[in-house]
Structures are given as structure tokens and as C-alpha cells.
Design a binder for this molecule. Structure first.
Ligand SMILES: [Zn+2]
Length: 592
């Protein structure tokens, strides 16, 4: 098996196209690529313009042990789901796994069979309902208990019954935890690892060993921590995964300890970091720099406390900057859509400031900056956003001048003549004075710009709406919407837990059958703010709605003295924008 990744003067990254194909690097015999020699640059060229220097290119580091490829091991469904407030049904778990496979991670840890009914059901359904084309499903468990034979241990039996090709078992590798938590001897802890790995290998399973509290354990008693690894290696484990379970380690010590282990063992070394010191991604990079070839973590950095290594950052850092192959290179541009899709599945709003995939991380405000970025987009961006499926965004605010707006229009592919431009600028100023905030409402801004080109939405025409809030048998809100779709007049009523929810239900009831694609558009967040009268307009309510179609999230806005009217504006923009994105044809029944 060849582990040759892209060579360092490889031109395949040019023009935003990275080399295809994925190289697995598990097991022994991981080959190392050569370090970059001075003057040799690997450009991930941003625009395919040939010799323009690229700030998104690989960097030159003196890293003789840097591998050419690593395995990405996602543990969102196991460790990530420990996050407070994150709860997944079995259906959700299957969908998340599908997304991870779509992205092309090497391994997907599905959960702990036998530990809870949900994970049990997941592994029971996975063989028939999950068809993975790129990833390998892994079941998680622990070593045998102290004083129990491996063949009599229930956890190990569940692992065998899970019917996966690979399993990951956790073992305590810190003396303190063996003595104080397990309350057994160091020798027994070593035997637990040896017996368990041997048993699982005898059942034809690929075995990864998660060495829990490894770094803290190594600092206190390195010989014992290494005995645990040695026992796993001798019993046939495929990967020794060094875990920073408490997340307190810093890159300097990680570099030293991982290098020590890589130098002392033949087996593949993996790493699993928690982000309690804010260093999980940095620690992962440093570990790969000294020869680790499996990186564990979670999409979007989910996990308990401060989370796990954010794979949405670790993957592009490794691929684009260190030039180490992670997911198949042609899948990198799925990073942002998959990250957003998964955040929708786990029902946690995406963080706009999340590196690489956040909605704000390639956004530029008006001013000096914007005119500079119009000339050279790499002047203020560390990589070309398209490489990871994100995009440059120009943020428009009342500070905005003509040039910012022109760029925004260009970004949207809209032609605005100077008269239209002047009128949009006027409306923007007036609306922002009234309390609109287009900087955060990209969806409504786009509709405003489209209107300026003479475009009008023809999906539906509002005749009237009515909202009734009831305080009786619990709280409920009922909304009735009367609309015209083409020549058809439709009246629909729905109940909800608030005005936005009820109006949303009613409008979907009214136009949903004309526009089936609306079923794929969901409201994900709803924020109301009462603005005071500082601007002399009396007290008004601003409503912001975030919606998504799974690929992208957009925000729409409504402002009014009446909260229902503000809600309707934001909701109606959200739906119109969703239909536009879905390419729906106005007024034609069922043909979108
Ligand atoms: Zn963990």
C-alpha cells in the first residue's frame, strides 16, 4: 500500500482543485513525506491565476516526521454527543453518519453498544440503513473489567455483536486513575489491555486503543503509560490513541510526548484532544507534526465541557497548510455545508465565528478594507474561502458606501445601474435609521437589492393575516393567513407556540402544496429585540429569523412597532428567500 500523498511541488491544488483519492495510513509502515526544502512552495492557488502568491498555500516548516496522510476519526456520535444540550435520536445519528461519510472522514465512531438502548439500536440498524461509501464505522467500548476474563466480559461481547469492522476501546493509562478510580493494580490494568485487544483481534476486529488520561499519566509515570501502549501493540492493536482526557495539555508538552511515543512504537499513533485549554486543534497539528497519523475529533468541535478537537478546523489546517492528506481532497469544499447540515441535525445554531466554516469568518465590513479586498481578495483572507465551501461576504451597514454595495451586488450576480444603486443606498439609510440592521440580515438585503433591479417576488401575494393568542388550556397562538398564489386564493390556519411559529405553520399550509421545496426550508432561530426611542421613532421591535435549507443558513429581518408585523416581514422574507434558493417557479402549482 502506498502512502504517498501529494508531492510538495504538486500543482494539483492550483485553481482550488486539490488532488483526489484518499490514502489510508493505518497500521505499520506509515511512510513520511520529505520536508519542504527552502524555496519550494506548495501553493493552493486561489484563483487559478497561475503565479499569484497565495496566502492559502502550504507553509514551510522543518518537520521531518510529518506524514503525507492522516486518518480522520470522527467521534461526534460518541464523545461529541456528551455536549450539554446535544441529544440525538437514532434517526439523527444515522443522518449525521451519512453526512460524515459524505465528507469522507476515515472513521466514524457510532457510539457505545450496550451502554444505552439508543446506541444499541443504532448499531442494530446501521448494517441495513447506513450505506457508507467512504467511512468505516467503529464501535466504542472499554477493556474488560478488572478480575473478569475477556470472554466473560459483557462490554467486549457487545463490541463483537455490534458487527463493525473496527472497534475502539478505552483503557486507563494513568497510574492515578488505575489506583484511585479502577482500584486495581498496575499489572492488572496492563493485563486488561492485553487480554481485551487479544480477544477482539481473535474475533477478527481492527482494534484502536484509546489511552485515557495518557498525557497526564505520562507526565506522572511515563513507564506505566508506555506499558499500557506496549501491551496493546503486542496484542495486535492497529492504533495507539493518546488522549488528553482533561484537555489541559499545551502544545509544547504534546510535541515532546507524542514524539517520544512515535519514536518508541511501531504501531500507528493517534491523538484525541479535548479543548479545555483552547489548544485542541493546535495540539492535534503539533502531534501530526511529530508523526501522529490518526486525528480524532468532532465536526464543529462538539463535546462535553469545552468540546473536542474541532475537525472543521483541523482538517483544513492539515490539508491546506501542512499539506497532509486528510479527507479526500475533492471533498474539502463540502466542509462548510456538512458542518452546517450537522449543526442543524444536532439542533445547535452554527457559530458564525467558527474558523473556516463560520458565516462571519470571510465577511468584510465597509471601509478601507473592502476596497482593498476588491482588488485582491487574498489581502485579508488566510485562504480562499471556496476551498472549504465557504464564501467571501461583504457586510453592508449604514456606514456602507456605494463601493461596498456594488461589491455585494456583484457577489450576488446582480446588475445595478447607478440610478438603482442610488435608490438602494437611500432605502438602506432610511431603513437602518428605522431600526433595520442589514449587516446581520443577508437574506433580506439580497431581496432588497433584487427589488432594486425591478424584480418582485411572485410566489405569493398576501391578502391578510391574523394572529390570536389564547390564554386558556395552556398558552397557544393561532394564525390565519389569506394569500393568492397565481389566481388561486387560499386561506389556511395553524396553531403554534408563538406568533412566528403559528404564522409559519399557516403560510406553509397555504402555499406548501404549490412549493414542495418549502418542506426543506426550516426556521432555526428567532430573536426579538425591542429598540428604544433613541432614534426618535418611538419604541420598535426588531425580529431576526435564521432559516436553513440544510446547505446554507440565512437571516431575515422585520422591524415594526408591532411585534406581529415585524415577525411577518422577517418570516415572509425567509420563505421568499428559501423559494428563490430552491429555484421554485412562481405561481405554478407543484412544479418547483
Ligand atoms: Zn474524549
Amino acid at each position: 500500500m502506498s502512502n504517498d500523498g501529494p508531492t510538495l511541488n504538486d500543482d494539483a491544488f492550483k485553481g482550488g482543485r486539490a488532488p483526489t483519492g484518499h490514502v489510508h495510513s493505518h497500521g505499520k509502515g506509515v511512510t513520511h513525506s520529505h520536508p519542504m526544502t527552502p524555496g519550494q512552495h506548495a501553493h493552493a492557488d486561489r484563483r487559478g491565476a497561475g503565479d499569484q502568491p497565495s496566502s492559502g498555500a502550504g507553509h514551510d516548516f522543518d518537520l521531518p516526521a510529518l506524514p503525507s496522510a492522516v486518518d480522520v476519526f470522527d467521534t461526534t456520535l460518541r464523545d461529541g454527543s456528551q455536549q450539554e444540550g446535544l441529544s440525538l435520536t437514532v434517526d439523527d445519528k444515522l443522518k449525521v453518519a451519512e453526512q460524515l461519510d459524505h465528507l469522507g472522514v476515515t472513521f466514524i465512531e457510532g457510539g457505545w453498544p450496550g451502554a444505552n438502548p439508543k446506541d444499541e439500536e443504532f448499531f442494530a440498524r446501521a448494517p441495513t440503513e447506513l450505506s457508507l461509501s467512504r467511512s468505516t464505522l467503529v464501535a466504542f467500548g472499554s477493556t474488560r473489567r478488572a478480575g473478569v476474563r475477556a470472554e466473560d466480559d459483557e462490554t467486549l461481547r457487545h463490541l463483537v455483536n455490534a458487527q463493525t469492522e473496527a472497534v475502539c476501546i478505552v483503557a486507563k493509562s494513568s497510574e492515578m486513575h488505575v489506583v484511585d478510580a479502577l482500584r486495581t493494580t498496575l499489572d492488572e490494568a496492563v493485563a486488561m489491555v492485553a487480554d481485551s485487544v487479544e480477544f477482539l483481534r481473535a474475533n477478527d476486529l481492527r482494534v484502536f486503543l484509546d489511552a485515557e488520561h495518557f498525557f497526564d499519566g505520562f507526565k506522572a509515570n511515563a513507564p506505566f503509560a508506555k506499558r499500557i501502549l506496549r501491551a496493546a501493540e503486542e496484542a495486535g492493536a492497529e492504533t495507539l490513541v493518546l488522549c488528553d482526557t482533561n484537555g489541559g495539555s499545551l502544545p509544547f508538552e504534546i510535541e515532546r510526548i507524542v514524539a517520544d511515543v512515535v519514536g518508541g512504537f511501531e504501531t500507528q499513533v493517534g491523538v484525541h484532544f479535548h479543548n479545555d485549554s483552547g489548544c485542541a486543534v493546535a495540539n492535534s497539528l503539533v502531534a501530526v507534526g511529530v508523526g501522529a497519523t490518526q486525528v480524532q475529533g468532532c465536526v464543529n468541535g462538539y463535546g462535553e465541557r469545552a468540546g473536542n478537537t474541532d475537525l472543521s478546523a483541523a482538517i483544513p489546517d492539515l490539508s491546506l497548510k501542512l499539506r497532509v492528506q486528510t479527507i479526500p481532497a475533492d471533498r474539502l469544499e463540502l466542509l462548510t455545508p456538512v458542518s452546517h447540515h450537522i449543526s442543524e441535525l444536532v439542533n445547535i445554531a452554527p457559530n458564525p465565528q467558527q474558523p473556516f466554516v463560520g458565516g462571519s469568518v470571510f465577511a468584510h465590513k465597509a471601509g478601507l478594507h473592502t476596497s482593498a479586498i476588491a482588488r485582491r481578495s487574498d489581502a485579508y483572507e488566510h485562504i480562499a474561502p471556496e476551498l472549504v465551501g465557504n464564501g467571501t461576504r461583504f457586510v453592508v451597514s449604514e456606514m456602507a458606501g456605494r463601493s461596498t454595495l456594488a461589491m455585494k451586488a456583484k457577489e450576488l450576480g446582480l446588475e445595478l445601474d447607478s440610478q438603482a444603486m442610488a435608490s438602494v443606498l437611500d432605502s438602506l439609510k432610511r431603513l437602518e435609521y428605522e431600526g433595520y440592521h442589514f449587516e446581520v440580515a443577508d437574506g433580506s438585503l439580497e431581496l432588497l437589492l433584487r427589488n432594486a433591479t425591478g424584480w418582485e417576488q411572485e410566489f405569493f401575494e398576501l391578502e391578510s393575516y391574523r394572529v390570536i393568542a389564547d390564554h386558556g388550556q395552556g398558552e397557544s397562538t393561532e394564525a390565519t393567513v389569506k394569500v393568492l398564489v397565481g389566481n388561486e386564493r387560499i386561506v389556511a390556519t395553524a396553531e403554534g407556540n408563538g406568533p412566528v411559529n403559528a404564522l409559519d405553520g399557516a403560510v406553509r399550509g397555504a402555499i406548501g402544496s404549490h412549493y414542495p421545496s418549502l418542506a426543506g426550508v426550516h426556521l432555526v432561530d428567532y430573536r426579538v429585540r425591542v429598540l428604544d426611542s433613541a432614534k426618535g421613532t418611538g419604541s420598535v421591535t426588531r425580529v431576526l429569523i435564521d432559516s436553513t435549507d440544510g446547505d446554507r443558513t440565512w437571516t431575515t429581518i422585520g422591524v415594526s412597532e408591532n411585534i406581529i408585523a415585524a415577525s411577518w416581514q422577517a418570516l415572509s422574507d425567509s420563505i421568499v428567500y428559501g423559494l428563490l434558493r430552491a429555484g421554485a417557479s412562481p405561481g405554478v402549482p407543484g412544479t418547483d
